[in-house]
Design a protein around this ligand. Structure first.
Ligand SMILES: Nc1nc2c(ncn2[C@@H]2O[C@H](COP(=O)(O)OP(=O)(O)OP(=O)(O)O)[C@@H](O)[C@H]2O)c(=O)[nH]1
Ligand SMILES: [Mg+2]
Length: 483
């Protein structure tokens, strides 16, 4: 920019010098000579100002074009977002939860892509009009003008300076903040979607079948501790990872989950073949997930051990749907506080959909205890938490007589519907439960040990579809309300 003014800079400096000299010897100089000198200075300033304004115009025109292009790009990305949102809303409106669930991965990819594109967009650089020497000139002129009391020129010069200042600050700030707001808006939408994995916490009394359900959902051989009696104590989260990234991570507590370098054990070697080596996984992780026999339940050591949070990242079609599964240890009211505190931490930090699992259709004493513990943990959050009641171990021979032959359709439309209703009625008889089930809850029955029977397969498949649909609806409700 400096070169542009090179042509006028020297005469301007010269005129300013003459004017200064005259001011210094103002008593000896005649007024008309001062006026001549200032006329010269005036011509130089006019020329200077003209070139400067012309250049500012040029810069503004090219910057305007750049800003317009940039705004167009941002607008275009925003329109893409609005379109994805519209599709999402339509599907939500039409209850197409299956489509949403299936399309979730590609939707996330679209949003990620948009976010990347936004990241690549660069706002045009701001031009600062910083003209060397203008300050000195201004001071010199002020002094001269004051001496000879020609105020008119000072006003003109101030006007020029003010013009420059407003040009440089105001407009860019306004434009920049608008772009900034656009980017923030898009980033927050993106966060909601990427962070929007569905979280399911399996809760229930000891041995009601939580871990067995996880093996069933993951279509895996048993690799987590599962047996009659209490075999787990730590909360374990199952989440998706590719074979190469399969691993187990241990955090000192659930709240520490976002720490950067947790203790990590690679499990990738067990997923290198087409069939995973589940026994290998089981042996490798056992010490981290199985309740240690040598620790006394109410001891400090047990408490410390149980507080650690384990995350198992493995390949699985179910987890790939964007679902994280939390296997919680069996809970009864008399359990050591750490188990309840862990569950409390999950409910508060993850806000999962709770699957409350119980085995005995008559809601045995332990079940009530466990539900009471869950209610206490949820406290005020109870009404806002989605709970799916799942009656487990409804083995197929308990609902079909061994010597009765039932067609698939009859089983689905009659036998299963009746069995489900009978068990639901029993649950509703539990004091306070009818009111509880009125809000945000569903019910179904399952038996993971009935996969040998076509009717058993049907019952389980329907229960899982029902569960996924429920989780998806709860999740979408959460997404909508947190907007
Ligand atoms: N008959 C039958 N047995 C089942 C079924 N599901 C699980 N079991 C058995 O119930 C026992 C306990 O199952 P787990 O899955 O370990 O129960 P859990 O709820 O994870 O238990 P904790 O982690 O100790 O709270 C195991 O022996 C399972 O084989 C089922 O559908 N039918
Ligand atoms: Mg278990």
């Amino acid at each position: 920019m400096r070169e542009i003014f090179e042509g006028v800079w020297s005469p301007l400096k010269e005129a300013s010098k003459t004017a200064q000299l005259m001011t210094n010897s103002i008593v000896n100089v005649k007024n008309d000579r001062i006026i001549d000198a200032f006329a010269l200075l005036r011509i130089s300033i006019d020329k200077y100002e003209k070139i400067l304004l012309h250049r500012i115009d040029e810069i503004n025109t090219s910057r305007k074009k750049l800003l317009e292009d940039y705004e167009d790009d941002v607008m275009c990305e925003e329109q893409k977002l609005v379109k994805s949102e519209k599709d999402f809303d339509n599907n939500l409106l039409n209850n197409n939860y299956d489509i949403i669930l299936k399309g979730k991965k590609s939707w996330i990819d679209i949003i990620k892509k948009i976010a990347q594109d936004i990241g690549k967009l660069k706002p045009p650089t701001t031009v600062e009009y910083n003209i060397e020497g203008i300050d000195q000139l201004s001071t010199a002129m002020d002094r001269i003008l004051n001496s000879v009391r020609i105020v008119q020129r000072k006003e003109l010069q101030n006007e020029l300076l003010q013009h420059l200042q407003t040009e440089t600050v105001d407009k860019t700030t306004e434009v920049k903040s608008k772009l900034f707001m656009d980017i923030l808006k898009i980033q927050s939408l993106r966060k909601q979607v990427i962070a929007g994995k569905m979280q399911i916490a399996l809760v229930g009394e000891h041995s009601c079948g939580k871990t067995s359900l996880i093996h069933y959902l993951l279509e895996s051989d048993p690799f987590l501790p599962s047996d009659v009696g209490s075999v787990s104590a730590r909360i374990t989260c199952l989440t998706y990872a590719d074979s190469a990234d399969a691993c187990l991570r241990i955090y000192s507590s659930l709240e520490e989950r976002h720490q950067e370098f947790p203790e990590q054990i690679s499990l990738s070697e067990y997923f290198s073949e087409s069939e995973p080596d589940w026994d290998g996984v089981k042996d490798r992780i056992e010490v981290h997930v199985k309740r240690p026999k040598n620790l006394e339940t109410y001891s400090k050591e047990f408490s410390l051990w149980a507080k650690s949070f384990v995350e198992i990242r493995i390949p699985s079609n179910f987890l790939k749907l964007g679902i994280d599964l939390y296997d919680t240890p069996g809970l009864i009211y008399s359990d050591p506080p750490v188990l309840r505190q862990n569950l409390h931490a999950i409910v508060k930090t993850v806000i999962p959909t709770v699957v409350f699992m119980y085995e005995n259709p008559c809601f045995a004493c332990d079940t009530s205890d466990c539900f009471l513990a869950l209610k206490t943990i949820l406290s005020k959050q109870l009404d806002d938490t989605s709970i799916f009641f799942l009656n487990t171990k409804v083995d197929i021979d308990a609902i079909i007589d061994a010597d009765t032959v039932i067609e698939g359709e009859e089983f689905e439309k009659t036998t299963l519907v009746n069995a489900r209703q009978r068990r639901k009625d029993l649950l509703l008889k539990v004091p306070g439960m009818a009111q509880q089930m009125f809000h945000n809850s569903e019910f179904d029955i399952i038996s993971v040990e009935s996969q040998w029977d076509p009717c058993g397969i049907k019952m389980n498949q329907l229960a899982i579809d029902h569960l996924i649909q429920f989780v998806a609806i709860s999740h979408l409700k959460n997404c909508k309300t947190s907007r």
